[in-house]
Design a protein around this ligand. Structure first.
Ligand SMILES: Nc1ncnc2c1ncn2[C@@H]1O[C@H](COP(=O)(O)OP(=O)(O)OP(=O)(O)O)[C@@H](O)[C@H]1O
Ligand SMILES: [Mg+2]
Length: 236
């Protein structure tokens, strides 16, 4: 569904991604793991078109998308949940959710058929808080709101950047359950995570980044057997 081939990205003169190649197949949860500052968010930003790639290829389905603008990628079926949990603090939860719905005159992507009614049915916590301002939600509720708002755009592939960062353990479990759930309902996921246990539990396949390059890839089971790899690239 998505494949990156030898992608290089710079911020000004600083070379950040080095020949990154990776693949996400339809129906998978693929996790991108690595320490702070190795280029995980830059990889998602480059896919989305928020950070321009210098060279390489990014194919989404049959289409080359490298060089496209973020809104073009969104309309083509890419959903993006950034690390910073962008919500509108002065809009209600309901209004925040409405912002996720793409205008009707755009092509409806295959997506997974999310509507606002289905969102409230599936996530009753949001229904209960429907008229409250986004700004007063807890961190976990904001994260849920951001993810569900993105679902309402009916993406075919969702890119999620460190969704559980800074959340209490019980909320972490809930957000992870949400991700597993939307995947079971048919959505393909590329997930950036720093938590190894979460990746081992949620992901079908894992890529490890270090210093802007892919250093290892395999299944959670493979990684459980590779203490050397975990020690070299993940432990602090
Ligand atoms: N807008 C920017 N301008 C210049 N350099 C940047 C910018 N954003 C990130 N960088 C640098 O690019 C490198 C990769 O950053 P990136 O945010 O992609 O890492 P990350 O793996 O997502 O880290 P974290 O786990 O802390 O979120 C880092 O050295 C970072 O300092
Ligand atoms: Mg990041």
């Amino acid at each position: 569904m998505l494949s990156l081939n030898a992608v290089n990205t710079f911020y000004g003169k600083s070379h950040v991604l080095f020949d990154v190649s990776l693949e996400v197949r339809r129906g998978e949860i693929v996790a991108l793991l690595g320490r702070n500052g190795v280029g995980k968010s830059t990889t998602l930003g480059t896919i989305m078109g928020l950070v321009p790639a210098h060279s390489g290829s990014i194919r989404f389905g049959e289409t080359e998308i490298l060089g496209r603008k973020p809104h073009q990628n969104a309309m083509a079926g890419l959903g993006f949940v950034p690390e910073e949990r962008w919500i509108f603090p002065n809009l209600s939860v309901h209004q925040n959710l409405l912002m996720g719905i793409k205008p009707g005159y755009f092509k409806k992507t295959a997506g997974s058929g999310w509507t606002i009614e289905r969102a409230y049915d599936s996530f009753p916590q949001l229904a209960e808080r429907k008229d409250q301002l986004g700004g007063i939600l807890s961190g976990g509720e904001k994260q849920m709101l951001t993810i569900v708002r993105t679902l309402l755009g009916n993406p075919e592939l969702i890119l999620i950047d460190e969704p559980t960062e800074g959340l209490a353990p019980i909320i972490v479990d809930r957000v992870n359950a949400l991700i597993a759930d939307i995947n079971r309902q048919g959505l393909t996921v590329l997930l950036v995570e720093q938590n190894l246990q979460t990746c081992l539990r949620l992901a079908h396949r894992i890529y490890i980044l270090s210093k802007g390059a892919v250093k290892w890839t395999g299944t959670p089971k493979d990684l459980e057997e590779r203490k050397d790899i975990r020690k070299q690239y993940l432990e602090i």
